[in-house]
Design a protein around this ligand. Structure first.
Ligand code: MG
Ligand code: ZN
Length: 215
């Protein structure tokens, strides 16, 4: 296992260097199946597409449904079918980005395979790790899967329009997160109603401008 991680870190480092050189901000988006990753990506696209060039890499066990939804928005999307593999690895990204013109891209969103466990162990060369937790999943997920929540830069709590229908306790979630990951940014939103999405768009835009300053 040690070897697998070391090899992955090598590829991830090369990806990160290439992204930096090309001025691409890369988001590794992780969540359980059904948390709303693809809807979140679609909301992000509609908030930023007029000012930035965006591309998406979709990691999926088998289907092409998600990348077709993205493509219907006029955004370049590459599908990686992991053939049953439960996470993306840096080498898969390295191969996939050969099909993208990185010079023409500001933001690359990578939708990882739906799973809160092993995607956390495999860096892809991303600039930021974003985890989505949806309200129906419950506020106890960070206690059950601490590693992925420990290592994320942003925690998006999605489907907040469903709060009243559940026992989800935001205060409990925030307390747990503060212990696990004191630097994390927590954003509450609903992709369905678009409420809170603007704060996320602002966050991405700040990061994109910061990248621009460096590169
Ligand atoms: Mg999806
Ligand atoms: Zn896995």
């Amino acid at each position: 296992m040690q070897d697998i991680f070391a090899v992955n870190e090598g590829h991830a480092g090369e990806n990160a260097e290439l992204f930096k050189r090309k001025g691409v901000f890369v988001i590794n988006l992780m969540a359980s199946p059904g948390a709303g990753k693809t809807s979140f990506i679609l909301g992000t696209i509609s908030g930023l597409r007029e000012r930035y060039k965006i591309a998406v890499i979709e990691g999926d066990l088998a289907s092409k449904v998600d990348s077709e939804r993205i493509r219907s928005q006029g955004v370049q999307s590459i599908q990686i079918n992991t053939g049953g593999g439960c996470h993306l690895e840096a080498n898969m990204i390295k191969q996939a980005i050969k099909h993208l013109d990185l010079d023409g891209i500001d933001l690359l969103i990578i939708e990882n395979v739906g799973n809160l466990v092993c995607p956390a162990d495999f860096s892809l060369g991303e600039s930021a790790r974003v985890v989505i937790l949806s309200v129906p999943e419950g506020d106890d997920k960070p206690l059950k899967y601490p590693f992925i929540f420990q290592r994320c830069d942003v925690l998006v709590v999605n489907k907040i329009d469903m709060l009243e229908l559940t026992d989800f306790n935001m205060k409990r979630l925030e307390d747990v997160m503060r212990n696990l990951n004191s630097d994390v940014k927590i954003l509450l939103l609903s992709c369905r109603t678009a409420s809170g999405l603007d704060a996320w768009i602002d966050w991405v835009e700040k990061e994109l401008n910061r990248e621009g300053d460096i590169g």
